[in-house]
Design a protein around this ligand. Sequence first.
Ligand code: CAA
Length: 249
Amino acid sequence: MSKRIALVTGGTGGIGSAICQELAKQGYQVVAGYNNGGKHEKAQAWQAEMREKGLDIGIAYGDVTKYDSCERCIKEIEEVYGASVSILVNNAGITRDGQFKKMSWEQWNEVLRANLDSMFNMTRLVINPMIEQGWGRVVNISSINAQKGQFGQTNYSAAKAGIHGFTKALAQEVARKGVTVNTVSPGYVLTPMVEKIAPEILEKIQGDIPVGRLGTPEEIGFAVAYLCNDMAGYVTGSNIAINGGQHMF
Ligand code: CAA
């Protein structure tokens, strides 16, 4: 059997890169979706870096906020590999933090489009081929702050909370077709996104994490790979919280 194709959106970024590497090591044909503001060279450099590590990972441009761009991305993958996407990891996301009383419509809109519309845009394009194949995996990356809420993140918390509803509704629709849909909710993981937080605020956040440290991208990648495995076929509509005990429920 040819390798299953796994598309990881935001695949060249912090957590996405770790997810791509774990899936590639486990034998999937991985494609890292990227936007990078259209900076293709950045993604190409990342791909070369992966090759040096012995990992053959494809890259495909796609703006997850735009359905037609996602359509072109999926079409390109199907043409290159001659097969449809069996595993979709909806990982691409952004932050535009700020207190709600000062938040602009742009800050709200950009976060909702990138973190929530993306669920529709990419998943809608791969779900029917998965149903037809009788096998598929959709893993949506949410956040601790979906359920906990976070000062300065009304936009992000709202979008990430929306992912839970999306996961649970879609999981029911495709459960009998061999397709699982799950959420992974990382806490504070050492990535460029978290590095943007002011050091004194991050220090305070870290002090509230029972495990006493930030998470690593690899810890997230490993959980995603578990959900993609055949042995996780009975796990659907679920959420795996990976947050060092910062939010228990
Ligand atoms: N609870 C209550 N009050 C708080 C607070 C909190 N957690 N944090 C700050 N404040 C208060 C301060 O005490 C201060 O009060 P006073 O004005 O009365 O002194 C006030 O808020 C400061 O507000 P400002 O708007 O002036 O602060 P700012 O504009 O400099 O910063 C912010 C606002 C950017 C939202 C900043 O608080 C911040 O970065 N917070 C962290 C947000 C965060 O955790 N983002 C996560 C990014 S990573 C990610 O999202 C990945 C993931 O999934 C986890």
